[in-house]
Design a binder for this molecule. Structure first.
Ligand SMILES: C[S@@+](CC[C@H](N)C(=O)[O-])C[C@H]1O[C@@H](n2cnc3c(N)ncnc32)[C@H](O)[C@@H]1O
Length: 412
């Protein structure tokens, strides 16, 4: 389906901007399942540059452009944001740019083409979110909602220059459309952001394009990495995000899209003093942890990265103390390392946690697979994304159970 007048006007504006290039061999189209996208109208060869977006095009909707405007017009607001966000400069930039975007004239040719609603979980009803019941991602979504509400109250409560809904909308626009890579400007980019995502765009698949920020030209460049036949959609890859990030930021997720696995978080509160069976041992553990400067209770989630099991050594050390027998603790104190029996014990503890988590989901992994495979009742896109995300979590929990089984089987 062809796009409307506003999009056509923006294409003309990009074409006419100094330093920009839009290949005459492509056009902007509306696709039923993913909104606007970019389509080849003529054959495009691998290696051809299809889009150059110069600074002149995007600087006004970049974080640095928004900061420059805020510095001139609302320096006190800028200070308030920087103080609130402290070291989280990306968050501060997002707040300043989001505010700038809302304050822009709605008749601005770029702003006029932005979607008024963005279908991401932040806006989902409880009925939809129920598909994610007992998943880590649901907690993340709820935490983010609270975080943004509090941030809005703090930054705009006394002076509501933007409404909560406008602020939320603009942040969602940034999450789903702005560049996010390190060593490049944090910015929205007219036209560039019409490219949809394909997980295959990193490989040399059909439809694939590569995009990069070219520092010497201060420009974003999209290049075809494969030949495109007329009618084919041109895709880029949105990056190595977890499934949870794909769902939260872009509103879609599948196992294929995620190139990194979601970590799993252990959220139960455990305290060394919970075990009252052997008060002497508990006291020994308390003094060992105190001497090491480690806390006596854990209520901060322990994040387990299946691909980096040793990423949080102190958290593991704490759990090892938690499950240790007297002999194991003595072995650790004398030899500076843990006995293999403690390794098995801590993994058994973790496996029990994983089993309990798996039992809480409303569906089993097998049922999720069946739902995704069903030809009779294909799932709506949002529901399929939820199933993919919860299945991904289950796969990680199951992988941890496999690791545990290997550890328990290993010869002593
Ligand atoms: C940067 S925008 C791309 C342009 C967008 N389609 C539009 O209509 O403006 C990102 C959004 O496009 C959609 N999208 C991109 N790639 C997709 C895909 N592979 N499957 C489903 N939706 C996709 C999602 O709604 C996502 O939040």
């Amino acid at each position: 389906m062809v796009v409307g007048r506003l999009e056509q006007a923006l294409v003309a504006l990009v074409q006419g901007t100094r330093g920009c290039f839009v290949s005459p061999k492509m056009r902007v189209m509306r696709y039923p399942s993913m909104g606007i996208g970019v389509q080849a109208t003529d054959a495009i060869s691998a290696g051809e540059t299809v889009l150059v977006a110069s600074r002149e095009l995007w600087h006004d909707v970049s974080a640095s452009g928004a900061r420059a405007a805020a510095k001139a017009e609302a320096p006190a607001f800028l200070d308030r944001v920087d103080t609130y966000c402290q070291k989280n400069t990306r968050m501060a930039d997002a707040v300043v740019l989001a505010t700038h975007l809302v304050m822009k004239d709605t008749a601005d040719p770029y702003v006029a083409t932005l979607p008024p609603q963005i279908d991401v979980p932040m806006y989902w009803s409880e009925r939809r979110l129920d598909e994610l019941r007992h998943t880590d991602v649901l907690d993340t979504i709820n935490d983010a909602r609270t975080f943004y509400r509090n941030m809005y109250g703090h930054l705009f409560g006394a002076q509501p220059i933007v409404s909560p809904a406008e602020f939320q909308w603009a942040l969602t626009v940034l999450m789903s459309r702005a560049t996010s890579g390190a060593h490049q400007p944090f910015t929205l980019i007219p036209y560039f952001e019409w490219f949809n995502h394909s997980s295959l765009a990193y490989s040399m698949a059909r439809g694939a394009c590569h995009h990069e920020y070219v520092e010497k030209d201060d420009a974003f460049v999209v290049t075809a990495t494969q030949d495109h036949a007329p009618g084919e959609q041109l895709f880029i890859n949105y990056g190595a995000h977890t499934q949870s990030t794909y769902l939260r930021h872009y509103g879609f997720a599948s196992m294929a899209h995620a190139t990194t696995l979601d970590p799993i978080q252990i959220k139960c509160r455990v305290a060394i003093t919970d075990d009252v069976t052997d008060p002497t041992l508990t006291r020994e553990k308390v003094s060992w942890l105190t001497a090491k400067g480690l806390p006596l209770a854990k209520d901060v989630p322990l994040t387990i990265h299946i691909e980096h099991l040793d990423k949080h050594p102190l958290e593991w050390e704490w759990l090892r103390v938690h499950v240790a027998t007297r002999e194991e603790l003595m072995h650790r104190q004398r030899h500076g390392q843990w006995d293999a029996s403690n390794q098995r014990r801590v993994w058994a503890w973790l496996a029990a946690y994983c089993e309990a988590r798996l039992a809480r989901y409303r569906t089993s992994a097998e049922e999720d697979y069946d739902l995704l495979r069903s030809d009779e009742a294909p799932l709506e896109a949002w529901r399929a994304s939820c199933v993919h995300v919860r299945l991904g979590e289950k796969m990680i929990l199951k992988s941890l159970l496999d690791v545990n089984a290997q550890i328990q089987r290993a010869p002593v």
